[in-house]
Design a binder for this molecule. Structure first.
Ligand code: NIG
Ligand code: FE
Length: 422
């Protein structure tokens, strides 16, 4: 049979599973030794043994992955990719003893990035963001969620959505947008969080929906997310924003339990949100609620690492409760400027106590479920996108085990090489 691409002789081909891996089923890699992958028209059409496939298929292009690991591209389901400037000064202030929330309360933190982002044009934002997307791609991320949230007024939030849509067209990494108008309270509403919540509910969400249906009617509505945290939005405000969004037809996400537990994780489960993210100080009863729901638990180990905090997601408890656990970078200029999912995996193995196999499944199929695209990506099942990584390593456990270097040698996107090191 004639096909576009045959990848063969993989020492280990990891196909993963077609559907997300709940609780202790996490870590099913679908490993085929001396594996081969048949690709046509940008999609996977079959996976199997090299000895069979080399005689069965007549590819236009043949790729010898001899001695290496082949796996699906990483999905990064939580990033704040689009911003202007940096916060290197705050990094030093934190090292000198100030906390992240103290810096935010005194007008720095997220607001300092908001000021720079409001002043930037779409063109400037694109040119500052493209190098980050290049880093993500060369480190193996083939699909990423991207949040707004550095605008905090209707005009700038829509400018950020426009930037995300243009970046999606310009760059090979596929982008899935999220509206995070409730990321922080902007300076002009300081001390008036309820009034800002009114603005988000009554003006921003309807305006975003109207704009979206005009700008991109063929795409589903973006996710709506809220930073449910002391000093940001309390539980009642978070509920109001998410319920309003749900009534308008938006799918939901939440930032919950990063520093203080306010009940955001249970809220996410109740509202059938796609995911609840951070989950560092989540109590047992909310973990059980999450475990009984379809809401994906997204852990962001780069964030405590970035903040030099010893507290990480209680991943083992989440698995014990039957939860769907995913990993993401939280890429942002404040707490976690790191584009590499490989680094998140390395931290997850050490601080979440995941095995490399569990971490890989959390960063692929379960990460895809966190942004509701698991039918299209996240594993090398037949019919899914041919988004494929080749590792310069003989064994998948080198992911997690090794860190601080890039093990991804070749990246295929829709069956085409988009990044290669030799
Ligand atoms: O997920 N916690 C809130 N938002 C981001 C940080 C964003 C920033 O500091 O710019 C987070 O960690
Ligand atoms: Fe975040």
């Amino acid at each position: 049979m004639e096909i576009d691409l045959l990848i063969h002789s993989a020492n280990q081909l990891l196909t993963l599973t077609e559907t997300p891996q709940r609780g202790h089923t996490l870590g099913e890699l679908g490993l085929i030794s001396n594996g081969a992958l048949a690709v046509n028209l940008g999609r996977i059409i079959a996976s199997g043994k090299s000895e069979d496939f080399l005689s069965r298929y007549h590819p236009k292009t043949s790729f010898d992955a001899g001695g290496k690991v082949v796996l699906p591209g990483f999905v990064d389901p939580h990033t704040h990719l689009v911003w202007a400037g940096d916060r290197a000064l705050e990094f030093e202030q934190r090292l000198a003893g100030k906390s992240y929330m103290e810096i935010m309360a005194s007008g720095g933190g997220i607001i300092s990035t908001v000021n720079k982002t409001r002043a930037a044009s779409v063109e400037q934002l694109i040119s500052e963001t493209l190098p980050r997307l290049d880093q993500m791609l060369t480190h193996g991320t083939t699909t990423a969620e991207v949040k707004t949230g550095y605008g905090l007024n209707t005009e700038t939030e829509i400018k950020l959505l426009e930037t995300i849509l243009q970046l999606d067209e310009l760059h090979p990494v596929d982008l899935v947008p999220t509206f995070l108008g409730a990321h922080a309270v902007p300076p002009e509403y300081k001390g008036q969080t309820d009034r800002y919540t009114d603005l988000v509910c009554n003006e921003m969400l309807p305006a975003v929906k109207r704009w979206w249906l005009q700008r991109s009617p063929q795409r589903t509505l973006p996710f709506v997310d809220v930073f449910c945290e002391e000093g940001a939005f309390d539980l009642a405000q978070s509920r109001r924003i998410l319920e309003t969004a749900q009534d308008l037809g938006f799918p939901l996400k939440i930032h919950a339990d990063e520093f203080k537990n306010l009940g955001g994780t249970a809220l996410a489960a109740t509202l059938n949100a796609a995911s609840a993210d951070h989950l560092v100080v989540t109590p047992e009863e909310e973990i059980l609620r999450l475990g009984a729901s379809d809401t994906v638990a997204v852990s962001l180990p780069n964030t405590p690492f970035g903040l030099a905090s010893p507290a990480y997601t209680p991943a083992k408890q989440i698995l014990e409760a039957g939860g769907i656990l995913a990993l993401a970078t939280d890429l942002n200029p404040g707490t976690a400027w790191g584009e590499s999912m490989q680094f998140a995996l390395a931290l997850a193995c050490r601080y979440l106590r995941l095995t490399p196999a569990e971490a890989i499944a959390a960063a692929t199929i379960n990460a895809a479920a966190a942004i509701r695209i698991e039918q299209d990506t996240g594993s090398l099942a037949n019919g899914k996108k041919a988004d494929i990584l080749v590792l310069n390593a003989p064994d998948y456990r080198h992911l997690g085990y090794r860190f601080g270097v890039n093990l991804v040698e070749t990246v295929f996107k829709y069956g085409q090489i988009v990044s290669a090191f030799h």
